[in-house]
Design a protein around this ligand. Structure first.
Ligand SMILES: [Zn+2]
Length: 82
């Protein structure tokens, strides 16, 4: 699953991208190199692969957030409240 690091758009192969005339069931790898994010027009190359699904409503996957934050800012690990 690929998501845009800038606007948060998530490309869903099962839905394709109607705004760019991408039919359903088109995998991200099969998108044209000229394809751009329908949200902010960033190029395909900038998209990042995510291995986990986007959290469903109401269920925040906090663990993923912390992992990403630690990856991005290794010196700023969250302190436990208390
Ligand atoms: Zn975007």
């Amino acid at each position: 699953m690929y998501s845009c690091p800038f606007c948060g758009y998530v490309y869903k192969p099962s839905e394709g991208d109607p705004l760019n005339n991408i039919p359903r069931n088109t995998s991200f790898a099969n998108l044209l190199d000229s394809w751009t994010c329908p949200g902010c027009y960033v190029r395909k190359e900038a998209f990042k692969e995510r291995k986990n699904e986007v959290p469903k409503f109401g269920i925040q996957n906090k663990r993923i957030d912390e992992e990403e934050r630690n990856f991005a800012f290794p010196d700023k690990k969250m302190k436990k409240a208390g």
